[in-house]
Design a binder for this molecule. Structure first.
Ligand code: ME8
Length: 641
């Protein structure tokens, strides 16, 4: 395990608000940074904005602003979006920062003085002419055009011709190839390494590093009429942010002694995997350790584009799914590293099944049982039995498998591994049925099962923390952890027996409230399990049924009737009595305090001679009967619609 870890995102173009493509990389980098922090590594997480260039200049002009005003305004959108997504960056670099500008000037001066192995000048002047797309901020070849337009921006490229300075890339190709082949600069996934080696084999031309025509940029120290151009301005952010030319101690600490990982999308592979190590080599600075290249996603099968209007605002997602929800949903759509498609209309389903049901229910049921059966105190376990040992083993080994996936930057796999543990824990709770143990008064066994569930939940909260930081800190608070113990660590996630028996747990709450999925209104029939069809009722017919939330105040068994419970319920403006056939599945103690759903406008009925005024709702699956309950503290009497 390296003692220091530095992770970077690309610095994003600041001429617009952030979109979910940029949010995707930034969330991934945050998850990686948080994992490394929990692994005990000193971590530096860098992100920022790319602010110079003709695109910013043109956009500013259109909006009647100076380039600086536009940058200052848009950079706030990025910072706000990253805050709403809980992005824990350590440093935010702007290419318009004085510190960055100074570092670029220093780099360019050193480069200008340098010579290649063949004793040629690394930087040389020459005439440049080419087609230039303002959208991409780069020269574009005729072959790349579709109907004369840049396919990404649907813009006609301009012919640009001027004196430029060039970087002698062609002299560094062999060296860069060597670094990549022997993994001194590790490029992953493997296909991207092959792709880079393929590009090197084809040969690459020297590239231009300056522009006379672009005035919004950093002047070249050796020819101030020209400004540094795009990649020689942007790429050095990775070293300017850690003190290149400014703070040698900090630079040594992070760039030379840390493990440096650049996280990027596949669109900027060539610049990072070839241009950047060549530039560094020319000035005698070592390359980063690793470049991880993730794929691009489409939205509902279509490329994200402003013209199509399918660019999703990350803050919209946060409003809808919460910060944790958005992080989880974006990371679990497809394997990290590959291309994929994001189907936003499937988000509700995934959120409900994974976060609201699997994780949310595990938290609330575990805490609820500790509350009702053990007065809210974590019990002391006694002898572990096979099912407990199995779960304990799975839980304590999970940290190792998850960490392995994190090392491979296989983030979706890491998330899926934790979710698997969540599901195993739910299965364990179901199979060990603490409610039945409570009913049968098997105290020792009940304590062991409850303790095992709480400990596993503590481990889950540590392993899920990098992805769901808000929710997991809350789970840890609810488990009674405080102070230093509130901070999850990988080491403790490998240990068992950390929770102290006797610790008070918090009041269960719904961490990931279930979301409503909008029903399709045109349909006239509902298809169940692909077989049965059920005729739909009209809205008028349905609206005659009065459904209300009811809080159970008292519950007792009906003498002589094994299946029946008599309940006293509060429906807001009155208390009522109902009789329900749930005694085989629910004990009277378990029912108290539950907020169930009841049909309140049924004619009174007599069951075993006892009056019942209303009917509760429950789901039935074979022998399993499950009450329909609300998962937030809504008052008795609230309308259900
Ligand atoms: O290229 N799918 O900035 P940029 C996944 N300033 N990721 C996506 C994506 C998609 N559909 N669209 C964008 C620049 N991204 C330069 C970088 S670095 C020294 C300079 C992500 O604002 C992905 O990480 O265009 C991609 O590499 C990045 O946004 C491009 O951001």
């Amino acid at each position: 395990m390296a003692a220091r870890f530095m992770v970077t995102t690309p610095i994003y173009y600041v001429n617009d608000k952030p979109h979910i493509g940029q949010a995707y990389t930034t969330i991934a980098a945050d998850v990686l940074a948080r994992f490394h922090r929990t692994g005990g590594e000193e971590t530096f997480f860098l992100t920022g904005t790319d602010e110079h260039g003709s695109k910013v200049e043109e956009t500013a002009k259109k909006q009647g602003k100076t380039p600086r005003e536009l940058c200052d305004m848009n950079v706030e959108h990025f910072k706000k979006a990253w805050k709403s997504l809980n992005i824990s960056y350590d440093y935010f670099v702007r290419t318009t920062d004085a510190r960055h500008q100074k570092a670029v000037e220093k780099l360019l001066s050193v480069m200008h003085e340098a010579t290649t192995r063949n004793n040629e000048q690394v930087i040389y002047p020459a005439e440049y002419s080419g087609l230039y797309c303002l959208g991409c901020e780069k020269f574009i070849t005729k072959k790349e055009l579709v109907d004369g337009l840049c396919p990404d921006h649907l813009l006609e490229p301009k012919r640009v011709s001027e004196k430029n300075y060039f970087f002698r890339l062609s002299s560094y190709l062999e060296q860069v190839g060597e670094l990549i082949r022997n993994d001194e600069l590790k490029i992953s996934p493997e296909e991207r390494k092959k792709e880079t080696l393929g590009l090197l084999k084809q040969g690459l031309d020297d590239f231009s590093i300056s522009r006379e025509k672009v005035s919004w940029g950093i002047p070249l120290p050796f020819d101030p009429k020209q400004n540094a151009y795009v990649w020689v301005d942007a790429l050095p952010n990775y070293i300017s942010a850690v003190g290149y030319g400014d703070d040698s101690e900090q630079f040594e600490k992070w760039w030379n002694e840390g493990e440096v990982v650049h996280l990027i999308g596949k669109d900027i592979l060539k610049f990072h995997a070839i241009f950047w190590p060549a530039m560094l080599s020319a000035v005698g600075v070592s390359p980063p350790d690793r470049i991880f290249v993730h794929g691009f996603f489409t939205i509902d099968g279509q490329k994200m584009s402003k013209t199509l209007g399918n660019v999703v605002d990350p803050e919209y997602l946060v409003k809808k799914y919460g910060s944790d929800g958005t992080r989880y949903l974006l990371l679990t759509q497809f394997p990290f590293g590959q291309d994929g498609d994001i189907q936003v209309d499937r988000f509700v389903e995934k959120y409900n099944s994974d976060l609201a049901n699997d994780l949310g229910n595990l938290v609330s049921r575990t805490l609820k049982m500790v509350k009702s059966y053990r007065q809210g105190e974590i019990p002391k376990p006694s002898a572990y039995q096979e099912p407990d040992e199995n779960l304990k083993k799975e839980a304590t080994e999970c940290a190792r498998t998850v960490w392995q996936s994190v090392q491979e930057i296989n983030l979706k796999q890491a998330v899926d591994q934790v979710m698997k543990l969540v599901r195993s824990t739910n299965k364990y709770v179901e199979s060990q049925a603490p409610w039945a143990l409570a009913k049968a008064d098997k105290r020792e066994r009940l304590d062991t099962v409850l303790y095992t569930s709480c400990e596993t939940l503590r481990i889950i909260s540590a392993l899920f923390y990098p992805v769901l930081p808000q929710g997991c800190v809350r789970i840890r608070e609810l488990l009674g952890l405080s102070g230093e113990a509130l901070n999850p660590t990988l080491e403790k996630a490998k240990e068992w027996g950390v929770l102290e028996p006797g610790t008070k747990v918090g009041t269960p709450e719904s961490l990931f409230p279930r979301m409503e999925k909008k029903a399709k209104q045109e349909k006239t029939e509902v298809v169940v399990s692909g077989k049965e069809t059920i005729p739909e009722v009209s809205f008028d017919e349905f609206s005659k049924i009065d459904l209300r939330v009811a809080e159970v105040k008292e519950a007792e068994k009906v003498k002589g009737a094994d299946k029946l419970l008599k309940l006293k319920i509060d429906i807001g403006n009155e208390e009522r009595q109902i009789v329900a056939g749930i005694a085989e599945q629910y004990s009277p103690e378990e029912m108290i305090g539950k907020r169930i759903v009841v049909v309140v406008n049924l004619k009174p009925a007599k069951i075993r001679g006892i009056e019942s005024r209303g009917m509760l709702l429950a789901a039935k699956d074979g022998k399993i009967l499950s009450l329909v309950c609300v998962d937030k503290d809504v008052k008795g009497g609230s309308d259900v619609s």
